[in-house]
Design a protein around this ligand. Structure first.
Ligand code: FEO
Length: 165
């Protein structure tokens, strides 16, 4: 594996791990605030990001590369309300997409079509996750700070998510 690509893939492992911990912190915030539906959504997102991380770790090892597991910064764990929680979710997904695009770009520069092919799975996954985050945030923007709206959003989030996917 080309060193430049190995470095980028290790960075990506860190970003996926950070997203997993970030969503765990968000799940816990929602749990504590009494939004059990939102909490379940973020617990599941946290597991998904962990799976994304592990998939990369296994791939780098299978390709004979060296995996480096990095230390992570403390996730953000204070949010003003549901809207700011989901704004952070979208921001986080946009960041991950940008990093994946960077890996794809470098794969093409170095003609590493094997890694390029592997990363296509992440491109598709990011499209779907960004779309989910945008849809949920759009709904929250319509709801504004209406308490009944937040109650219904929390009750229906799993159904809303299933509809997006
Ligand atoms: Fe695996 Fe949504 O980043």
């Amino acid at each position: 594996m080309i060193t430049e690509i190995q470095i980028l893939l290790n960075d990506q492992i860190k970003y996926e791990a950070a997203a997993s911990m970030q969503y765990l912190a968000m799940a816990s915030w929602a749990d504590n605030a009494g939004f059990s539906g939102v909490a379940e959504f973020f617990y599941a997102q946290s597991e998904e990001e962990k799976a994304h991380m592990t998939k990369l770790v296994k791939f780098v090892n299978e390709r004979g590369g060296i995996v480096t597991i990095s230390a992570l910064e403390k996730p953000v764990d204070e949010f003003k309300n549901l809207n700011s929680l989901f704004e952070y979710f979208l921001k986080s997904e946009i960041f991950v997409t940008e990093q994946i695009n960077k890996v794809i770009y470098e794969c093409l520069q170095h003609k590493d079509y094997n890694v390029h092919n592997f990363m296509q799975w992440y491109v598709t996954e990011q499209l779907q996750e960004e779309s989910t985050a945008r849809t949920l945030l759009d709904k929250l923007n319509i709801i504004g700070d209406d308490k009944t709206g937040h109650y219904l959003f929390d009750r229906d989030i799993i159904a809303i998510t299933a509809a997006v996917e």
